[in-house]
Design a protein around this ligand. Structure first.
Ligand code: S3P
Length: 451
């Protein structure tokens, strides 16, 4: 059995408060953290490959470090290059049958991507695994993972009649399935594909609405027999080991969104965002901001390990409210909290629908976005599957709370930049989950210091 890993940087969960003051000008260049979704997949898939991979610009937040800890606990050798945190990883793949039983419970912390992707991987391994997470993750739905994996023959159970983590997995033999995803979830799709690599027979997945496709792109790059046609994916089990891929992870468009929107809604701003991932399954936020009237330019488009990236320039703009719903929702689901801030300053109403998934994220983001932005003076009417934001009302700084949700903490910081007076954000340490350098980067583009 592999020894539980030690030696990764540990984070303080001490309550942290940040105060944001409006600043006269926003200007500068933003270098983003690596994309979180791509980083999880690069670590997991290279762990299964034969050979060594070097991953540069690996996402530095707690979520991806939780994935590394779990993989190390499963016997994968992962080391960092140099002393700069986990910016560059060297992963020595174990090959497709090299994972080992962990000696302890695996901890996904706050990361549903870690839990769901590893859930899919571990049902096909010949050993027992138990995987848990923090309070928020233990309250997020896992039935959506357990049900399709059981159709593949998996022995997987969860708390609350198979609804929640901790999950118990007795890995074993699996069979491929032909399955229509009932919700557009890339985590569930990826979990089934990971299980499918170890199943007997073909796995076919049909999506009614497509979700982010990083797993499909990376599996193809690594030599898996995967074909995508329209909204269907067909995967054959591994007959040859995956080939490791070196990559420089593109910047995370979900992290870019805070600076895009800050630059667009601030009355005096110009921000350049470098090397940002622009995979079309992720760029819903760009399409919506352009449709709202944003001055936003995409320059220098290129490809890196099968993923498109570019530089993005934004300037102060006059926005008009818009209706957002339907197929675009999975392409911007994580950006909706900060899009709501843009809606607060836009002319007219912004209506968000078909986004009921927001209720089962790190917090109930319909409730928390509406309540915290309302404290700042916004008028937001929550809907069962979205919200109506009445734009054009001035915001005034006051005390708000992140609800331990990283995306809410950063969205409130953007709101604080245009609110009158001081905005104090409680539990601001939540940003550690995806963007540990967020406050520093924000400081670098403001001419007056947030404290
Ligand atoms: C992710 C998929 C999305 C997204 C999450 C990351 C991924 O979740 O909200 O932040 O990396 O696969 P769902 O699969 O639940 O839609």
């Amino acid at each position: 059995m592999a020894e539980q890993s030690v030696g990764l940087r540990s984070f303080s969960s001490r309550a942290e408060t940040r105060t944001i003051k409006p600043c006269p000008r926003l200007e500068g260049k933003v270098v983003l953290p690596g994309d979180k979704s791509i980083s999880h997949r690069a670590a997991i898939l290279n762990s299964l490959a034969k050979g060594k991979a070097r991953i540069d610009n690996f996402a530095p937040g707690r979520d991806c470090l939780a994935t590394i800890r779990c993989l190390k606990a499963l016997g994968v050798k992962i080391v960092r290059e140099g002393s700069r945190d986990w910016h560059t990883l060297l992963v020595s793949g174990t090959g497709e049958d090299g994972l080992q039983e962990a000696v302890n419970v695996l901890d996904a912390e706050n990361s549903a991507t870690t839990m769901r992707l590893l859930g899919g991987l571990l049902v096909g391994q010949p050993f027992l695994s138990v995987i848990t997470g923090d309070t928020s993750l233990r309250n997020r739905p896992m039935g959506r993972l357990i049900e399709p994996l059981r159709l593949m023959g998996a022995d997987i159970w969860g708390r609350g009649q198979d609804s929640f983590a901790p999950l118990i997995i007795k890995g074993g033999k699996l069979r491929g399935i032909d399955f229509t995803l009932p919700i557009p979830s890339a985590q569930i799709k990826s979990a089934i594909l990971l299980a499918g690599l170890f199943a007997r027979g073909n796995t076919v997945l049909r999506q009614t609405i497509p979700s982010r496709d990083h797993t499909e792109r990376m599996l193809k790059q690594m030599g898996a027999s995967l074909e995508s046609e329209g909204n269907s994916i067909s995967l054959l089990p591994l007959s040859n080991p995956l080939i490791s891929v070196n990559l420089h992870v593109p910047g995370d468009i979900s992290s870019a969104a805070y600076f895009l929107i800050a630059g667009i809604i601030h009355p005096s701003a110009r921000i350049v965002i470098r090397d940002c991932g622009i995979n079309p399954t992720r760029t819903g936020i760009i399409d919506i901001l352009l449709a709202m009237g944003a001055k936003l330019k995409i320059n220098n488009e290129r490809l890196e390990a099968g993923e498109p990236l570019a530089d993005i320039v934004v300037e102060s703009s006059e926005l008009t409210g818009i209706e957002v719903g339907g197929d675009i929702i999975p392409r911007l689901i994580d950006e909706i909290p900060v899009l709501a801030v843009a809606g607060c300053v836009a002319k007219g109403k912004t209506i968000i629908r078909d986004a009921g998934e927001l209720r089962v994220k790190e917090s109930d983001r319909i409730a928390t976005v509406a309540s915290e932005l309302s404290r700042l003076g916004a008028k937001i009417e929550p809907l069962p599957d979205g919200m109506v934001i009445y734009g054009g009302r001035p915001l005034s700084g006051t005390e708000v709370d992140s609800h331990f949700d990283h995306r809410l903490a950063m969205s409130l910081a953007v709101a604080g930049l245009i609110a009158k007076g001081e905005t104090t954000i409680k539990h601001a340490q939540a940003t550690q989950v995806s963007y540990p350098d967020f406050w520093q980067t924000l400081l670098s583009v403001t001419s007056k210091e947030p404290t």
